[in-house]
Structures are given as structure tokens and as C-alpha cells.
Design a binder for this molecule. Sequence first.
Ligand SMILES: [Zn+2]
Length: 234
Amino acid sequence: MKKLDLTGQRFGKLEVIKFAYSDKKSRRWECKCDCGGITYVVTGQLRSGNTCSCGNCLQRKNNALDLQKEHKKLYCCWRDMVRRCHNPKACNYQYYGERGIEVCKEWRHDFYAFYDWAVSNGYDKETYGKFGANKYSLDRIDNNKDYSPDNCRFASKREQNINKRPTYKNTSGFVGICKHSSCDMWYGRVRDESGKIRYTGMDKDIIIATKMRNDYIIDHKLSNQLNDLSAYGY
Ligand SMILES: [Zn+2]
């Protein structure tokens, strides 16, 4: 019987370099992990998909799970960033993925790598995600470039506003439309005659949310600024 040769095959992050050695029952393969690590894996573990990265990466993955829990807001920040750049179903994909904005390879599949960068670049668990003008969040220095270590920083809202695309009035691009921080939905708000804030409705689709806000203003005969939706057929 011809002996199985896995040389050159890829299993997850592992590429088989060569046959390494046999122990009692099993044969082990020298594998190179995408992270650069070398590991020796039994045939069955590779073919079943049970082992698809080196021990180093596994450790990182476990650490990342702990980190996820401890730094929940940062984790959501990372998850949402990957989603709006790489998932066409994300409601704000049109402003990111569709414009060619990507998350660098280093961060895209690895929260741990993102976390590592974050802690040495202004991320602070205490100030991150707090409301108000001093709310710190992830910001791209050049809005036409990718999410990557050299184009990102943690900055307060005040610092970020200096940096917005000129045609956009806030992060949504529409007056009075904001993104709900936890549920990935857009909502509209207006200030009525008495100065009270009124919510005008929420939707996954930013255009629908904006249309709802326009309708609300018209229905209630308010003097708030409307958003021009003529380019979207409204
Ligand atoms: Zn590895």
C-alpha cells in the first residue's frame, strides 16, 4: 500500500512541510503555521480538522476568548469593524466595504492582534466607549484608507470630528441620524419646539431611518433640518 503523503497540503493555518517521524501508531508531519510557528501533528488530527493551527495560535485563541469577555466593548468594536468592511449584509457596508475599505490581514481574523495594537495605541478600558465629547473610539486617520495599525488610533469624538469627510455631517453622513451602539441599527432624533429630544424610529437601513426622520419632521410640522434623499429616490 502506498503511504499517504500530505506534503504541501494545507489544513487551516497549517501547511505540511514534510513527514517528520512515526511513533507507535501514528505518523507525524512537520507543519508550518501562518504565524511562523512549527508544529508536529498526527495524520488523523490534520485530516479530521481537529488541529488547524499551532499551539501558539491556540493559546492566543484561548487568550482572545478571555480578552473578549474582559474587553467586551473593544471586542464589539473589532467585530463591527470587520463586519462593515467585509460583510455585504451589514447595514453600513456601503460606506466601508463598498468603498473599498478593508481590515488589514493582521487584524481581520485575530482579535488578539487588534487588542495588542489597541493597548499600545490609546485604548483605555476606562475611557473607551464612554458617552459625550470625550468618548474615545477607534478612528481612521485617513478615511479613504483601510483599518490598519498605521492608519488607526483611538481618539475622542472631539478629535475625530476634525477628521470627518467634508460632505458628511456626522458618522452616519445624515443630520440627526445615529447608530445604536449595541444593535447595529440606525435611529433618528429631533429636538421638538420645547427642546425635548424625540426619537423618530429605527431601522437597519440608514436611508429608511433617515426617511422616517424626514416624515416625522413634516408630520409634526417641526423646523428641524431635513436630509436630502433625492439621490435615493425619496
Ligand atoms: Zn500559529
